[in-house]
Design a protein around this ligand. Structure first.
Ligand SMILES: Cc1cc2nc3c(=O)[nH]c(=O)nc-3n(C[C@H](O)[C@H](O)[C@H](O)COP(=O)(O)O)c2cc1C
Length: 167
């Protein structure tokens, strides 16, 4: 794969919220989670645990607990990113989440990051999967094959966000 192809995978990722009912092969799901496992992590603590959910009734119940993640009920699977309560758990969990989104994109699989941390439903989601006490839910990732072309949300231009050396 060329450098340009890798860059295109990163640049073309967009949140997908409408999915076809199609299974993602288990080896692909595992390889996508493996991208999360290899994310950078403060002091190499690797505080994460990744929970894969493929059963439709469980996807539906987690979807029902969220406010802006109801579309999860139609996803092929979801990955819950939990972290132990370390100093940098949020940064670590977010790095792992983004690696998972990019890994999925490389397989042509759509994804959407659904908020975990700071949401009132985190404990309820943790209960669904019987998460051990003390683990924090950083994110819920919906995965599946897009059912239609995703519209690119308005993005700021590079000129608006890039500061070269100083202001
Ligand atoms: C921390 C975080 C929480 C998010 N939570 C949600 C969510 O609960 N529901 C949702 O539909 N999208 C959620 N998103 C996705 C954003 O809405 C999306 O990334 C943003 O609109 C930019 O679009 P893009 O991903 O297509 O580039 C979240 C993204 C981040 C980084």
């Amino acid at each position: 794969m060329s450098v340009d192809e890798v860059i295109q995978i990163i640049k073309k990722r967009r949140s997908v919220r409408m999915f076809r009912r199609a299974e993602i092969p288990e080896n692909i799901i595992k390889n996508i989670v493996d991208c999360g496992r290899l994310a950078p992590t403060a002091r190499n603590l690797q505080p994460w645990r990744f929970v894969v959910i493929t059963k439709r009734p469980v996807l539906e119940s987690i979807a029902g607990l969220t406010d802006y993640g109801k579309f999860l009920k139609d996803a092929s699977c979801c990955i819950l990113v939990f972290c132990e309560n370390t100093k940098y758990y949020l940064e670590d969990g977010c790095a792992a989440t983004e690696n998972i989104l990019i890994g999925a994109q490389a397989y042509g699989i759509g994804s959407c990051w659904i908020a975990g941390d700071k949401k009132p439903y985190t404990d309820d989601v943790a209960k669904v999967v019987r998460a051990p006490e003390g683990l924090k839910l950083v994110s819920i990732i919906a995965l599946g094959y897009a059912s239609k072309e995703t519209v690119c949300p308005q993005k700021k231009s590079l000129d608006e966000v890039l500061v070269w050396e100083n202001w």
